[in-house]
Design a protein around this ligand. Structure first.
Ligand code: GLA
Length: 569
């Protein structure tokens, strides 16, 4: 269920579905490049992402730029009719940069400074990193604006994938600045953070730190604000690059690859409006017991929701095994096609892989590519080529805009607030609840969006809140107003219990939703691991029970056993 409303292709001037992957020619001798282009054409490749990790090859020494190789790659691709999603290459500074600016290296909550030697070794708040990144982007944009191969800009890579948060002194100062802008004065901050507890009251801004490793649990609101700040700092890095690109190459759309449904450290609602196109990566967790279709459906629904229902780009997925899970399973014959087409069915207009050629060296040498180590006479390359041909024939569906009438309510602040270590039960994991509820909707054949509780909800008929621990007053009022217009809301356990400062809403749970539901809860009774409770309607409860009474709600089932037997469930 879901309606296709209109056709709107996302990449200006290009039609059809895009097919291809990350192309890293700098890892290969130049004489292989023309053969790459020939093989890409044979496989139906129409777009590649170039240069994601090429900063060290583009600027081998401070201020010395070597664009010649990239010029030749861009020209070859243009001649082959293959569009380029050109990366700004800022995802990993070269070793010379990190050595010259040790204060740009990220620091973890234990105070350990992380080294260069893998990737993403920079503090998002570092002025030296931001200055060097902007200088590179300015050169790239000036040089390649208007290049016939250029289809879009790919800023950085998977923001927050390895370093979503940094606890260094530079970050601490930036955090204090962010807090001053948010709260204005220390009294308001002390109130919001509840610092009367455990002698935490702050009397000077300089006393405030990121939640570094402390003897016991950190202040929950300090932690939540630090997560919000960290997401904003990464967004500021993106915006700085985007604004440069928009100024220097105004006709080319700008995007970055999110990790929708895979990682939850960055508040993608605040990013979505700043991106010309929504792009995301997806890698299912491979296990014989996991249905990868469930994971793909959730990630695709989230990507489409971030895009406001419009088409989005699958910037990366794998042709077969990845290299970073405990056991990296190869895809069985047909699985590549099924999974790629599943993304298409959820609204993707581009299917791109990581990466074109499987690398012989480096940390990802055991990651699959479109062109495997064994060459083109392989299962993977045959399946890639077959899919490329198939997508060319499916081009007419590109630009479809899908409207769902059901949505799951999602607020990153709520997820982060519930991540605090001192919760009633570690089993009530919000992402796990999203996955379980989403899977049930998928089984019922219902296409579902994600929506922020404060967003315009008028298009939906059914809203579900599997895990909305934190809800703002504005969000709660928005939902109540929508219900008053005739909408049906399904609210999960332990939702609405804290306000936007993660402070408990007093007077009985579920706080913000007490009146809306006609339910009053006085105490939570989480279950032990593996424990269950019988309900009078024959179903079985796991994870969670609560001591509740109806205040206007119709009771459909009660607990049939356990300490709450006879009480409404
Ligand atoms: C991420 C990164 C890629 C690559 C793949 C491997 O998506 O963006 O550079 O490391 O993972 O799965």
């Amino acid at each position: 269920m879901g309606t296709i409303l209109a056709m709107m292709f996302p990449i200006p001037g290009r039609r059809g579905l895009a097919f291809g992957g990350d192309y890293n020619p700098e890892q290969w001798p130049e004489h292989t490049w023309p053969a790459d282009i020939e093989l890409m054409r044979a496989a139906g490749v129409t777009m590649v992402t170039v240069g994601v990790f090429s900063w060290a090859m583009l600027e081998p020494a401070p201020g010395r730029y070597t664009f010649g190789w990239l010029d030749r790659v861009m020209d070859l691709l243009a001649a082959g009719g293959i569009a380029v999603d050109l990366a700004t290459a800022t995802a990993t500074p070269p070793p010379w940069f990190s050595r010259a600016h040790p204060d740009s290296l990220p620091v973890d909550a234990d105070g350990r400074r992380l080294s260069w030697g893998s990737r993403q070794a920079y503090c998002p708040s570092s002025p030296s990193y931001r200055t060097a990144a902007s200088a590179l982007v300015e050169r790239l944009a000036t040089r390649y604006a208007g290049h016939p191969a250029l289809a879009m800009w790919h800023v950085n890579n998977e923001y927050g994938c390895h370093v979503a948060r940094c606890w260094c002194d530079v970050s601490a100062a930036a955090f204090r600045g962010w807090l001053e802008r948010r709260y204005g004065d220390l009294g308001t901050l002390n109130e919001a953070w509840g610092t009367a507890f455990w002698s935490q009251r702050y009397s000077d801004w300089r006393e405030i730190l990121p939640p570094r490793h402390t003897p016991s649990f950190p202040n929950p609101t300090q932690q939540l604000d630090f997560f919000r700040f960290s997401s904003d700092e990464l967004l500021a890095c993106y915006l700085a690059e985007r604004d440069l690109l928009r100024r220097l190459a105004p006709s080319t759309p700008v995007t970055t690859n999110l990790m929708a449904g895979l990682a939850w450290e960055v508040d993608y609602w605040s990013w979505a409006g700043e991106m010309d196109l929504i792009a995301t990566d997806h890698y299912p967790v491979a296990a014989r017991t996991h249905d990868t279709g469930v994971q793909i459906a959730l990630a695709g629904d989230l990507a489409r929701s971030l895009a406001g229902g419009r088409p989005w780009l699958l910037m990366e997925h794998a042709t077969s095994a990845v290299n970073w899970q405990p056991r990296n399973l190869a895809k069985v014959p047909g699985q590549l096609r099924r999974e790629s087409l599943s993304h298409l069915a959820r609204g993707a207009d581009a299917l791109l892989y990581f990466q074109w050629r499987a690398s012989p060296a480096g940390a990802e040498q055991w990651h699959s590519g479109m062109l495997p180590h064994a060459g083109p006479e392989t299962k993977v390359f045959r399946e890639v080529s077959a899919l490329g041909g198939e997508l060319a024939a499916l081009g007419e569906i590109s630009g479809s805009v899908l409207r769902a009438d059901t949505a799951i309510l999602l607020d990153w602040s709520s997820l982060w607030a519930q991540e605090h270590a001192c919760q009633p039960s570690i089993d009530l994991r919000p992402v796990g609840l999203f996955e379980a509820w989403h899977a049930a909707l998928r089984t019922a054949g219902i296409v579902v969006d994600f929506a922020h509780p404060e967003a315009d909800l008028s298009r939906y008929r059914l809203l579900l809140a599997p895990a909305l621990y934190l809800v703002s007053d504005a969000g709660a009022a928005n939902l109540a107003a929508w219900v008053a217009t005739g909408g049906t809301a399904v609210i999960g356990p332990f939702s609405g219990v804290v306000n936007e400062h993660a402070q408990v809403r007093l007077g009985g749970y579920p706080g913000a939703f007490r009146d809306l539901l006609g339910v009053w809860v006085e105490e939570h009774f989480p279950l032990l691991d593996g424990e269950s409770v019988a309900l009078t309607d024959g179903s079985t409860g796991r994870l969670w029970t609560e001591l509740a009474e109806s205040r206007g709600a119709e009771v459909l089932a009660a607990y049939a056993d356990g300490p709450l037997a006879g009480r409404p469930a």
